[in-house]
Design a protein around this ligand. Structure first.
Ligand code: NAD
Length: 320
């Protein structure tokens, strides 16, 4: 296995330092960004994510508001919480955790978010701006995929601006929060982009698409979906999937694995990301980066009595 394993933790660590210094800069101007999470029900992965970003907000000196509703909450209850957070000047960024229970409409809840506080770009206006290549916020998971890819390319002596225009990026999974925005970020870098979902798999045609990838991003949520027969020699593979599986060693513990069959893909890949420890840590920090950008934008607007809705406050670090 000659592939390089791209460790996301040091990359996340560097990003965190930059976010921390932004928070300090804002504190000196009397501005304290605030993150709010909204969790409906008890989903295990959502709870874990809530805990992580709440802890990170505290560590970075941001405010943190944790809103929890029971699974049987009505849509109106969730909308009321969103309305309250929209109106709260101490909250700059709102994350509504998925999955929402089936009786609650995700589009209705996402459309109720103040677009300026919609740090995951799930409001139709923000999703549209991203699709047009003018993002207000770049959603954290696809941003993390490309941030990691870009840093890896730079460190291996290939400027991203030269790599992507000559390359094919294949994105497996087409959700609104990961797969579709990842496609937009691939376009923004000038790559040829192929997007495929479960339909391609069912039609028996997924492999013919993934075999074209110079860079492969897999976000299907199917443990071990992609083995070496799906990738070409020298691919750079980014694994977004987080799948709980029973420990095959029989310990009775639950382990988290990705969508790549890691050992098998590593036989052909130039580089690949592990699960856990790849995309995930960067995703967490990126969410706070967006929270801080939102805090800065809201404070600036409050000071200048300024325009609402101007795109482009997501800040740089080469991640868009
Ligand atoms: P989702 O269920 O909303 O969407 C899954 C997508 O994958 C769909 O488009 C579906 O058609 C496609 N798909 C399913 N089976 C497939 C198959 N056999 N072949 C090809 N495509 C297939 O999921 P999501 O929210 O996009 O998340 C995907 C995975 O990423 C999950 O495992 C989730 O836990 C994980 N995730 C990780 C992070 C992170 O930071 N690492 C963040 C968000 C989600």
């Amino acid at each position: 296995m000659g592939a390089r394993v791209i460790d996301g933790r040091p990359i996340a660590g560097e990003l965190k330092k930059r976010v921390a210094s932004e928070v300090e800069g804002l504190a000196a101007r009397g501005v304290r960004p605030g993150l709010a999470t909204v969790l409906v029900g008890e989903d295990y992965a959502a709870r874990a994510y809530e805990r992580r970003v709440g802890g990170l907000a505290a560590e970075l000196g941001c405010r943190y508001v944790c809103e929890r509703l029971p699974r049987e909450a009505e849509e109106a209850d969730v909308l009321a919480v969103v309305g309250k957070l929209n109106a709260d000047p101490r909250v700059s960024g709102i994350l509504v955790l998925r999955p929402l229970p089936g009786h609650i409409s995700e589009p209705a809840v996402f459309s109720a978010l103040d677009p300026l506080k919609d740090i995951e770009a799930v409001h139709p206006v923000n999703a549209g701006l991203l699709a047009l290549g003018r993002p207000r916020y770049v959603p954290s998971t696809p941003a993390a995929c490309f941030y990691l890819l870009d840093r890896y390319l730079e460190r291996s002596g290939r400027p991203p601006e030269e790599f992507y225009p000559r390359s094919t990026v294949v994105v497996v999974g087409r959700s609104n929060n990961v797969g579709k925005p990842a496609v937009s970020l691939g376009f923004a870098r000038g790559a040829a982009v192929i997007s495929c979902d479960a339909n391609a798999y069912r039609a028996g045609r997924l492999r013919e698409h993934t075999l074209k990838a110079d860079a492969l991003i897999v976000a299907a949520g199917v443990a071990g979906l992609i083995d070496e027969s799906y990738v070409r020699e020298g691919v750079i593979a980014v694994d977004v999937g987080i799948n709980p599986v029973a420990d095959p060693g029989g310990s009775g513990r639950t382990l988290l694995v990705g969508d790549l069959d890691f050992g098998s893909v590593a036989r052909k890949a130039e580089a690949l990301t592990p699960v856990p420890g790849g995309v995930g840590p960067i995703t967490d920090v990126w969410l706070l980066k967006n929270t801080v950008a939102a805090g800065r934008g809201l404070a600036f607007r409050a000071q200048s009595g300024g325009e609402r809705g101007a795109p482009g406050i997501s800040g740089g670090y080469g991640g868009q």
